[in-house]
Design a protein around this ligand. Structure first.
Ligand code: NAP
Length: 294
């Protein structure tokens, strides 16, 4: 039996972060300005608190500034829209991240759509999605971007392959499917109303698990030699794919943790640096993020 390749997101994320240190340094030397990522956290959900802290730590590692905005659990959509508009108009802020999910009373999509396209470094708003889908220059939803970068870096062929994405959320499943289409895969998107899900997944050369249910995708749904990307992150460091059993059938897989998660953060940082370079008109790197070397 051939051992599957481990798609090590942590190692690739480290390379990306290392490349960003010099770019941030250059911005600071040329302009005297430290690029800033603003993160907005509504309420005190422990997982969200941890994610926001991790993103702040990651900013510090590459020399970016971070501004944490914490809003009460009972905030309204209007409160959040007002805060995002303030950050849109703040020249000291180059990227804005609204931590998902927000409390149920808030219209999350309206808030995402309030983030200006120039500062939408997490790639969550409708306009960004449209530009990305049409292959126009834009930021890209950070987790799907991390997935595509990993596939390319590890030499996984996407073109002409059958990809099945399980999940269709605005921040993950849908943009992942669009990026795969743009890379010339044949893509099927599954969701809670999909019939015969195991049979659909069995067709896949590339499986993207983006469901949010622990070990939901079973080993016997996996075609021999498929590439498995587990974007799920459930309590106890458990992914959406039963990888312990499925990894014996696949040709490559992402571990949880250490696969998609670190790449999401690296792509968020990368796009924050891109946003600052564009804003400050420092074009020392290719701006086509997807086709850049890492
Ligand atoms: P979400 O908004 O809850 O979406 C889940 C998707 O799964 C929905 O499209 C839903 O279908 C589908 N689904 C639910 N039950 C299903 C079933 N029985 N059969 C088929 N599809 C089903 O979740 P998300 O925000 O996309 O996150 C998904 C997972 O990714 C979570 O574990 C999250 O923690 C993780 N995540 C990780 C990162 C990272 O950086 N690693 C980033 C973002 C998210 P419907 O549309 O029909 O409801």
């Amino acid at each position: 039996m051939i051992e599957p390749i481990i798609l090590d997101g942590r190692a690739l994320a480290k390379k990306i972060e290392e490349s960003l240190i010099a770019r941030v340094e250059k911005i600071k030397n040329k302009t005297g300005i430290t690029p800033v990522l603003a993160t907005i956290l509504v309420g005190d959900d422990p997982a969200s608190v941890t994610y926001v802290r991790m993103k702040g730590n990651a900013c510090a590692r590459v020399g970016l500034g971070s501004r944490k905005v914490i809003m009460p659990e009972n905030s309204t959509t209007e409160d959040l829209v007002k805060k995002i508009e303030e950050l849109n108009n703040d020249d000291e802020v180059h990227g804005i991240l609204l931590q998902h999910p927000v409390p149920a009373q808030i219209d999350e999509l309206r808030c995402f759509d309030t983030i200006s396209t120039e500062k939408d470094v997490d790639g969550v708003n409708t306009h960004t999605f449209g530009l990305m889908s049409m292959k126009r220059e834009s930021f890209v939803s950070a987790t799907p971007l991390g997935i595509i970068k990993m596939l390319k870096y590890y030499g996984v062929q996407i073109e002409a392959k059958e990809a099945v994405v399980v999940g269709r959320s605005q921040i993950l499943g849908k943009p992942a499917a669009m990026l795969l289409i743009n890379e010339n895969a044949t893509v099927t998107v599954c969701h809670s109303k999909t019939k015969n899900l195991p049979d659909v997944v069995r067709r896949a050369d590339i499986v993207i698990g983006a469901v949010g249910k622990p070990e939901f995708i079973k080993a016997d749904w996996i075609k021999e030699g498929a590439v498995l990307i587990d974007a799920g992150y459930n309590p106890g460091n458990v992914g959406d794919i039963d990888m312990e059993n499925a990894k014996h059938k696949c040709s490559a897989y992402t571990p949880v943790p250490g696969g998609v998660g670190p790449m999401t953060i690296a792509c968020l940082l990368l796009q924050t640096v891109e946003a600052a370079e564009k804003h400050l008109k420092i074009h020392n790197q290719k701006t086509n993020i997807i086709n850049s070397e890492i």
